[in-house]
Design a binder for this molecule. Structure first.
Ligand SMILES: *Cc1c(COP(=O)(O)O)cnc(C)c1O
Length: 223
């Protein structure tokens, strides 16, 4: 895809999403200037995959947007992550949850988090397997300084985004089931699914938060 114009891309996507679906700009590999352009065009949530790069970028870009961690989070980075991000979208183990809880307690904050579900059951992917979801939700619900706000999934990558639907669907079904029958203190408010090639399908399957990089900024520069 051509780089296009960041402002036009953001306007077009926001128009199509409407008021009920949140746009997260996925900014790995982008410059602070590109991210600023997206914020000026109306992006209110920045998603980053890497703690250190996000830290540097957040210092440059300032405080106008909310920042979400969308990459795999290692426990030894929990401290920095909690200081930078407003939400962790990739909580996928009890050990990570406990590390976040300790950091939250240390700074007297409650850390908002989404549970990442490995909806495709892929051994190469992070996220809790669907069969482990309820147990992880139960464990996190008992932590005082981590607040579950919903679910996130990537799903397998397909050339044809129609093939993603079953993975979006099983995640939405878990979301709805947990919304009706979750342990006390768990919220099921955010369902984060859909990327550049699949966000329309994801929204049709119930997503209310999409994470888009390429369609806003153009193809990622290859390292
Ligand atoms: C990079 C990334 C995206 C966005 O991918 P695009 O295909 O560039 O839109 C979304 N979610 C996560 C977790 C990512 O790492």
């Amino acid at each position: 895809m051509a780089r296009g114009n960041i402002r036009d891309n953001v306007h077009r996507i926001l128009d199509e999403l409407g008021p009920n679906v949140k746009l997260v700009a996925a900014v790995k590999g982008r410059t602070a200037a590109e991210v600023e352009e997206a914020i000026q065009a109306g992006v209110t949530v920045i998603g980053h995959n890497y703690v250190q790069e996000a830290e540097a970028m957040r210092a440059q870009v300032g405080e106008e947007a909310e920042w979400h961690m969308i990459g795999h989070l290692q426990r030894n980075k929990a401290k920095t992550a909690v200081a930078i991000f407003d939400m962790i979208e990739t909580l996928d183990s009890a050990r990570l949850a406990r590390a976040l809880d300790r950091r939250g307690a240390a700074i007297d904050a409650v850390i908002p988090a989404l549970i990442e579900v490995n909806s495709g059951r892929e051994s190469s992917k992070t996220g809790v397997l669907p069969q482990g979801l309820d147990e992880l939700v139960r464990v996190v619900s008992e932590l005082e300084n981590v607040q579950i706000e919903g679910l996130m999934t990537m799903g397998p990558r397909f050339g044809d985004p129609e093939d993603s639907r079953p993975y979006f669907r099983i995640t939405r079904e878990s979301f709805e089931r947990l919304a009706g029958d979750a342990p006390a203190g768990v919220r099921m408010r955010v369902l984060s699914m859909g990327m550049s090639n699949s966000w329309r399908q994801a929204v049709q399957e119930g997503s209310n938060m999409v994470r888009i990089g390429t369609e806003i900024f153009g193809a990622r520069p290859t390292a």
